[in-house]
Design a protein around this ligand. Structure first.
Ligand code: SI3
Length: 305
């Protein structure tokens, strides 16, 4: 029986760190990784949606992971999202991640063309079996168009390397169903940050989220409240988190650029987003300001409870 405790907690989805010219900045990657280490999160999820991975080359994705491992390798759990459009590149990224000593791989299903489940399974198994690492299925039907079926989950659970599911689908019941039908102990990560505590109550062992990175303290506090059975506090924190997310999502610019602007106000400059993601507008600056102060207010609230 594998000990899965190292995956159970708050794991921010790591953001793309660019220099002023829009190229990957190894220095800023290391600064952001160290920032999260010091915040006390459980680990980092590197190269996922929030990492703008689909807009980066294989070499750029390798550079990001190399710099994360330089900064925090061995000091926290590192999950490397290695899925690329082709199986070939996914295998290259998986082997590279293993060579750096990450804890686990994660992968979305194939994108663009809708493929039959046997082809999705082959895609996942090919990159997984190119290494000896733990493997986490990434279910995110909103962006991939494929919702993980119980049948395919059961087939994948037959592989000892498969240890969990990162579930970003909105129905929180999916978390329960994946746990129920896995047939063995698995880790399920809550993906939609807006319903983090609901996911935890329905069986998620922790969370991986794109907004954790701009307010990690709030998700750590919400997770601790769940762990301690303080459901009223957990709900109050979730409501504060959601109001912040809704405010950030109200911007015209992409959420990731809103969060990067807020991080800059928190002292961490990781550049902007890569097109075609729309950058924040002048008008969005007010939303950034308001979101930043809502985070500060929530941090002050935590100090009082
Ligand atoms: C569809 C989507 O991107 N979901 C996000 C959420 O963290 C999302 O950004 C958040 O709930 C705000 O809507 C994560 O589940 C995925 C994610 O952060 C990642 O893969 O980087």
């Amino acid at each position: 029986m594998k000990n899965l405790d190292k995956y159970k907690g708050i794991i921010p989805a790591f953001y793309a760190c660019y220099d002023e010219a829009g190229n990957i900045s190894g220095e800023r990657v290391q600064e952001l990784a160290t920032y999260y280490l010091n915040k006390g999160v459980k680990g980092l999820y590197v190269g996922g949606s929030s990492g703008e991975c689909i807009y980066q080359t294989v070499e750029e994705r390798q550079e990001v992971l190399e710099n994360v491992m330089k900064a925090v390798g061995g000091k926290m759990t590192i999950i490397a999202h290695v899925a690329a459009p082709s199986t070939r590149d996914s295998i290259i990224l998986a082997k590279h991640a293993e060579s750096l000593g990450v804890d686990a791989l994660a992968a979305i299903p194939p994108i663009y063309f809708g493929l039959p489940e046997f082809a999705i399974k082959d895609y996942w198994v090919s990159m997984m079996e190119a290494t000896n690492l733990d493997f986490i299925i990434y279910n995110i039907p909103q962006t991939t168009g494929y919702a993980l079926s119980i049948e395919l989950l059961k087939e994948m659970m037959a592989y000892d390397q498969v240890i969990g599911v990162k579930n970003s689908s909105m129905p929180v019941q999916d978390i329960y169903l994946f746990k129920r039908h896995a047939g063995k102990d698995i880790v399920v990560f809550n993906g939609p940050d807006e319903q983090f505590i609901a996911g935890r109550i329905m069986g998620a062992d922790g969370g991986i989220g794109g907004t954790y990175g701009v307010m990690p303290e709030l998700f750590i506090a919400a997770n601790n409240a769940i762990e301690n059975g303080e459901l009223e506090l957990a709900k109050n924190l979730q409501i504060k988190i959601d109001d912040i997310i809704f405010k950030m999502l109200s911007a015209k610019g992409n959420l990731y650029d809103v969060m990067k602007a807020i991080l800059k106000k928190r002292g961490i400059n990781i550049g902007s987003v890569r097109q075609p993601l729309p950058k924040i507008t002048i008008e969005d600056r007010l939303i950034v300001e308001e979101s930043y102060h809502m985070i500060q207010d929530a941090l002050n609230y935590i100090e009082t409870v």
